[in-house]
Design a protein around this ligand. Structure first.
Ligand SMILES: C[S@@+](CC[C@H](N)C(=O)[O-])C[C@H]1O[C@@H](n2cnc3c(N)ncnc32)[C@H](O)[C@@H]1O
Length: 255
């Protein structure tokens, strides 16, 4: 289950979350000149985006809703000097509070949901008319080298689920009622020291082990060793190995 996997990764996530930090920065930089009275964040995890929010909007109350109980415990403890953050266990697909928010944000989280359109519809309901939703998504091309190699080494263990595409995400947002104000779509290569360090980093980001990357069965020891050797050979770049991250940032409104 997604919640358990991210709970397990809570302690190590930040050291290895460079692409996620870049996406969180993009989510904040896309915001217009507003100063909301209250913010709702979905999937805060260890609070990379939440921290940026506290810098941009000091003292504004943030309801930070994450499905992973241990992530919430971890972040509540780490952010104890920020009493304006309210750490809540909840699911973006169904979460409702009595309030409607002038600003909702989410980064590197909603690509995990099983029904993106329904989730977007729920978020639309949480937003007040005239409010903003700034969203950072990891997309289908993320870690494509790894997925392709995995498919070759253990085709019977290919994951049935992939991350959403850019078009699917845009369609889900529009179908939910959002107006698209701004967007940025990019593909970037990140260099890791070597294939082993890369595998360790994505595991500690909580990227492996879930429905998207794990497939219906985990790789055995021999397959994993093969994956590391082949990855090192096929994707060597700039003194390390390269991995692609495809991301998009959207600024949306409710008119
Ligand atoms: C990769 S972490 C990203 C954390 C942070 N937003 C960042 O930018 O670094 C994804 C987080 O989303 C949470 N998450 C996944 N699905 C969720 C859902 N349906 N509702 C709320 N949180 C969810 C996970 O538990 C995890 O803490």
């Amino acid at each position: 289950m997604i919640g358990n996997r991210f709970s397990a990764a809570a302690e190590t996530y930040d050291r290895h979350a460079r692409p996620q930090l870049a996406l969180a920065q993009s989510v904040v930089s896309m915001l217009p000149e507003i100063y909301p009275e209250q913010i709702l964040e979905f999937g805060p995890g260890t609070g990379q985006l939440t921290r940026l929010l506290t810098q941009r909007f000091p003292e504004v109350p943030v309801d930070a809703v994450d499905v992973a109980e241990k992530m919430i415990e971890h972040s509540r403890e780490h952010f104890s000097k920020f009493p304006q953050i309210n750490w809540i266990v909840g699911d973006a697909q169904t979460y409702r509070s009595g309030d409607r928010y002038p600003l909702i944000v989410s980064s590197s989280a909603l690509h995990w949901v099983s029904n993106l359109r329904k989730t977007c519809e729920n978020i639309f309901q949480c937003l007040e008319p005239g409010g903003y939703f700034s969203l950072g998504m990891m997309l289908e091309g993320t870690l494509k080298e790894l997925h392709n190699l995995r498919r070759e080494i253990a085709p019977e263990k290919t994951p049935a689920i992939t991350l959403p595409t850019y078009e699917e995400t845009k369609d889900a947002l529009k179908a939910a009622g959002f107006t698209l104000e701004r967007r940025k779509h990019s593909e970037e290569e990140i260099i890791y020291d070597d294939a082993k360090a890369f595998m360790k980093a994505i595991h500690e980001q909580g990227v492996t082990g879930g429905k998207v990357s794990a497939g219906n069965a985990p790789l055995n020891r021999a397959e994993l060793s093969q994956l590391i050797v082949d990855y090192q050979e096929m994707h060597a770049s700039d003194g390390g190995v390269a991995a692609t991250y495809e991301t998009a940032t959207f600024l949306l409104t409710k008119s």
